[in-house]
Design a protein around this ligand. Structure first.
Ligand SMILES: C=C(O[C@@H]1C=C(C(=O)O)C=C[C@H]1O)C(=O)O
Length: 178
């Protein structure tokens, strides 16, 4: 069973080529756009879902309740680069993140980093495999994948509202051109 403890893996265990991506503090979308051509968002899911077991504590939920979940692929042309999964804490929709339901194919980062009143909390990292739902969702969306992928996540908050954003890095990201 995957738990919150999974997300305390040291960065040094990740492939060195991934470190700049895993540690990037500003918008990941902007960094992708600087390193790859034709970066765009493919919306996979935007609706009500239950958070994963290792997300509940981060978003302030005592037990799994349906909340707004958004899943996208960030691609360069037809090449998937990142699978992103964002889940809103139960009070997020009454407050600052209610626009999440209308984000569409606009990158979430363009919204989150445009509002200085939104706080980004520290990043954490995790090596995931087919036992984790995010690995399975990424494989469904992007096709065959290595048995182990690296992911990062961070909480965005606006007052009491919380939004947990997780990004799974896909193999093509190691082939950046810029
Ligand atoms: C949070 C950011 O937004 C990116 C775009 C996302 C989306 O459109 O759902 C989700 C996570 C990020 O990969 C960012 O650019 O850093």
């Amino acid at each position: 069973m995957y738990t919150r403890r999974l997300w305390r893996q040291p960065l040094c265990q990740a492939p060195r080529r991934l470190h700049p991506w895993l540690q990037h503090q500003a918008s990941l979308t902007a960094r992708l756009q600087a390193h790859f051509p034709d970066v765009h968002v493919r919306l996979l899911h935007q609706g009500w879902s239950r958070p994963h077991a290792d997300e509940l504590g981060e978003i302030g939920m005592q037990r799994p309740q349906r909340t707004l979940c958004r899943e996208v692929l960030l691609l360069s042309g037809d090449t998937p680069l990142v699978f992103a999964h964002s889940v809103a804490g139960h009070d997020a929709l009454r407050h600052g993140f209610r626009l999440l339901s209308r984000q569409g194919t606009r990158p979430l980062g363009a919204t989150l980093f445009a509002k200085p009143q939104i706080t980004r909390h520290p990043l954490s990292w995790c090596r995931i495999d087919r036992r984790h739902p995010l690995w399975r969702k990424a494989a469904q969306a992007a096709g065959p994948l290595p048995s182990v992928l690296w992911a990062r996540r961070s909480l965005f908050s606006l007052g009491t509202a919380r939004l947990l954003v997780t990004e799974v890095f896909l193999p093509a990201i190691r082939r950046e051109v810029a």
